[in-house]
Design a protein around this ligand. Sequence first.
Ligand code: GLC
Length: 503
Amino acid sequence: MYVSPQVDNGYDIADYYQIDPMFGTIKDFDMLLEEAHSRGLKIVMDLVVNHTSDQHEWFQQSRLSTDNKYRDYYIWKKGKNNQEPTNWESIFSGSAWEYDELTDMYYLHLYSSKQPDLNWDNVDMRNDIYKMMKFWLDKGIDGFRMDVINKISKAEYVDVLPQTSHYMRCSKYTSNGPRIHEFLQEMNKKVISQYDAMTVGEITACSIEQAIQYTSDYTHELNMLFQFEHNDVDSGQYGKWTPIPLDLVKLKRITEKWQIGLMHEGWNSLFWDNHDQPRIVSRFGNTSTPQYWKDSAKMLAATLHMMKGTPYIYQGEELGMTNYPFQDLEDCVDVEVFNNYKMLVLEKKVLTHEQMMKGICYSSRDNARTPMQWDNSIYAGFSKTTPWMNVNPNYHDINALSQMNNNDSIYSFYQKLIQLRHEYDVIVYGDFELLEKEYPHLFIYRRYDDKNEILVISNFTNQELIYEFNYENYEILLSNDKPVISKTFCIKAYGTYILKRKS
Ligand code: GLC
């Protein structure tokens, strides 16, 4: 909600100190914070400091001349043989370098050309960022979600080897760079540690060892991280635009790696959805019938929320909001869609329009950005005038009002999951063990400590299944089914069962 030309839905910030007029004023923000705090709610702001908008004052100055005070706030390089300095590709497709005639040099942009990367090697720039962070923390905000924070330190500016995939990305040189831990520790020391603030870093590619370094109590960098390995599980030849069916064994393997990897040091975030991911119930669940929709939304929720880490619920996930039925590009707003459509359909011609539209319906970020469905009044109660994006036409059936006082709703199920985490320490702190690793239909794991054991069984298929287990020793804490637990029982399609060992 910072001032932004909205090239990338606000992730192109032109003024870090102001609220964009389309959302309100800084006074409105102060009121929001006060009202939230008075209700025991906390507010965490996005911190987008890998790049700014090209409309930011610093960049406007930086462009002007090579000796401008702000020149070195960004990453400028001379071309190589009349071409871009390296062959790096932007995450939104196309070259990661933009030529600027004014000084006959290129600037780096890992995202759109309107999002020039900041140069973290410049100490004045870093101090300006810290000053801005203090401005918001002094207002009383409760922390930061740090956008693509592991990209702020770049390694060498050299070509990457052409890869077989269409993405010739440069993540080797731009992620987890040589000074990243130094920068985060400095930020922590100069800013975060002086406040009661939480931090979560969006870390787009890293190993377990690096994740521990980022989030261990001993390193003073971040409280926790978002990692994305599980989000690529259904990516095909052209990434998320050509999805492949979910391989549950692979998803379990990735989950196990992160659960075990950060079991005793470091801290995971747990999420299916966010503003960059399609809706999970349309992705790993099943929306083909109302019953499957409801059961699979609850099943996915239970599978995630009983793991170790801090769970995040993205607006509408708790209602089982679904992907949007995009008919054409005109329904979309995301720069990532347009750039990839241009590259894959128009330039490289590796996908047809129909194939790309299928990919967009399954994977595009716009799926998560349609207006929140509050009730079944006009525009789902999100606004009284035409909203910035179409409302999902299913808002008459899927909305908050219809679920809030309904004990069987997805919303109530999420409330019960949250209660369970508050009730049982073992869910927060216990160890994790994956069971039946190679079984392709059920996701089964246990959480345990010295005193308690929780067993989670989730059916990812539309088939009834039998799983033999000594259930007599367990009681059901929560389920989307009402089974009679005996020696064995029938696990229903998309059934989920949270069991506790009787003490
Ligand atoms: C992060 C954001 C995404 C944005 C990108 C560039 O991945 O979550 O929405 O496009 O960074 O800021």
